[in-house]
Design a protein around this ligand. Sequence first.
Ligand SMILES: O=C(O)C(=O)[C@@H](O)CO
Ligand SMILES: [Mg+2]
Length: 260
Amino acid sequence: MTNHTQHQRFSANLGFLWADLPLPDAIRAAKAAGFDAVECHWPYDTPPSDVLAALKETGLTMLGLNTVRGNPGENGLSALPGREDEARAAIDQALTYGFEIGAGAVHVMAGFAEGPEADAAFADNLRYACSKAADMGMTILIEPLNSYDAPGYYLKTSRQAVTIIERLNLPNLKLMFDCYHLQIMEGDLSRRLTACLPHIGHVQIASVPDRGAPDHGELHYPHIYAHLATLGWDHPLGAEYKPNGPTDATLAWLQQEKRT
Ligand SMILES: O=C(O)C(=O)[C@@H](O)CO
Ligand SMILES: [Mg+2]
């Protein structure tokens, strides 16, 4: 039973939802299912004109996309010392593609790294990304990932991300608050959402610990939705979960939220 009055809106993360469909068809499927927006991971194999056509046809907005991960086994380039040229090429690629399809944000992926040289590389690459993104009216997101799924990933906690955001003090540098990752790493999500709110650019959801639909597991999402409503959060929440079957068969939670 939900207890919130303000409806949250939801964005389908097409990196996971309808991942078996070509991206334009996944956008159409998200619209048919009742999502309010879409987001993706790595759309680069699809011509941006095809994505744009599907967005126009459905009236949905693509909220964001990721920079490429790099070589096989890598998970981003921007905190890797000595890889600045590749990191910036990845940032340029994401911003150009994102701008063309009207996406508001690019998630700059840090990669597997640690230590002072990684800190410096990440800061320099974020300054570069934010300056270019500002010229395009876009936001740069950084996202802590949990250490079970991404052991050794540079960004591990919201605390670390907020420290970077506050130190760099760039108006278009924001936190991707993925409830799934942050529940695993830090918990205390209600207080953490409140504390991080000024720095949050996007919120994502999935069940914990299995990263399924947000209707089971250790997080009670109706509470999170209500809490976000009290904080005045009104951007669509990114449904970034791994369907345990055909995506359309996993959407009871969305239909329930639309009914409340
Ligand atoms: O894994 C996540 O969570 C994401 O949001 C991806 O964009 C990063 O792999
Ligand atoms: Mg995420």
